[in-house]
Design a protein around this ligand. Structure first.
Ligand SMILES: NC(=O)c1ccc[n+]([C@@H]2O[C@H](COP(=O)([O-])OP(=O)(O)OC[C@H]3O[C@@H](n4cnc5c(N)ncnc54)[C@H](OP(=O)(O)O)[C@@H]3O)[C@@H](O)[C@H]2O)c1
Length: 295
């Protein structure tokens, strides 16, 4: 806690999303502490006049005089480590929290934890069936967080987020050589503009709710193919080549293939009910318009 007993926001993994949120917090007279791993990211934070601290979650952590977790608000945005199916980063972080419990942790997970839902709507009650290693690590991290919060005086909000996009984070370079599934057969996927997601994170922390899992997306599921096609249109570039599903194994990159195994539409009813947010960019068209205006 800060001297005047107002919880101090701490953003663990202050990258693309974290910096959006940090700017929002500064506008609200909150002064977040922003944790990053590298010196280059630390220097970027300083340039943006944000309060940066370097720390490496890949190693066991010890108390750091530059930030105090106790009673404070943690936004945990660091991705899992990529060594196996576990997330050793969150283990290291939660070990540090044991002696200094934060008051609340808002954790960014992914909708990948639901696995393939064959294009059906997915609520927070849907079973977890992760397919990719990435998603398995998220399930591990969610469980670790739940176990920690059950034993310590700390509440949590887990946000299961679709694909994040925003100004400066569009796959424009990839348009040249990517092949996608033709739109009529393309699996459903979900997205959220980074500015909207930052608003959701703030609301999840500041609203009087605790210990909830909430899906987060813009409410208009689309497909990866549609995403690339729309970006091409906005950028004035040719649309990428497409192939039918029957040719996917031979013609798609490993990265794109991983997307065709999973199709789901995220229900955001719970988000709309519990969180005080108005999504500014409910469709890709509106979101991309903003991205191209601001790039
Ligand atoms: N991209 C998507 O579509 C998507 C979808 C759902 C969920 N997510 C998740 O949403 C979260 C936020 O995404 P983002 O785009 O803001 O991520 P990002 O830009 O890659 O930022 C990640 C941050 O975590 C820090 N970090 C990474 N490893 C670390 C370590 N070992 N120790 C300390 N800090 C470490 C990075 O610091 P350095 O810059 O110094 O390395 C960076 O500040 C991530 O967990 C991401 O996996 C992403």
């Amino acid at each position: 806690m800060s001297a005047c007993n107002t919880p101090q926001p701490i953003i663990v993994g202050c990258g693309f999303l974290g910096k959006y949120l940090a700017t929002k917090l500064v506008e609200k007279q909150q002064n977040p502490i922003c944790l990053v791993r590298s010196q280059s990211s630390y220097q970027q934070l300083l340039k943006q006049k944000l309060r940066g601290v370097t720390c490496d979650l890949d190693a066991p952590l010890s108390a750091n005089p530059e930030f105090n977790l106790s009673g404070n608000q943690v936004y945990y945005f660091a991705p899992p480590s990529n060594s196996d199916n576990d997330d050793h980063r969150i283990d290291n972080f939660l070990a540090l929290c044991k002696t200094n419990p934060p008051s609340k942790i808002v954790y960014i997970s992914t909708s990948g934890v639901y696995g393939d839902c064959q294009g059906n709507w997915v609520t927070e009650e849907s079973p977890l069936a992760p397919i990719s290693t990435r998603a398995k690590r998220r399930v591990y991290a969610e469980k670790a967080l739940l176990a920690y919060c059950a034993q310590h005086n700390c509440s949590y909000i887990i946000l299961r987020v679709g694909g994040i996009y925003g100004p400066g984070r569009l796959p424009i370079e990839r348009l040249k050589d990517i092949t996608v599934i033709c739109p009529e057969e393309a699996p459903h996927s979900n997205r959220i503009h980074v500015a909207d997601l930052a608003g959701v994170c703030f609301s999840a922390m500041s609203n009087n709710i605790q210990n909830e899992v909430i899906n987060v997306a813009d409410g208009h599921s689309t497909s990866m193919s549609d995403y690339y096609y729309k970006i091409a249109d906005f950028a004035g570039l040719p649309k990428p080549a497409c192939v039918p599903l029957s040719e996917a194994q031979d013609k798609l990159s490993a990265g794109m293939l991983s997307f065709i195994n999973e199709s789901r539409r995220l229900s955001i009813d719970k988000m709309n009910t519990l969180l005080d947010v108005e999504i500014q960019f409910p469709t890709l068209e509106l979101g991309l318009e903003d991205c191209f205006r601001n790039s």
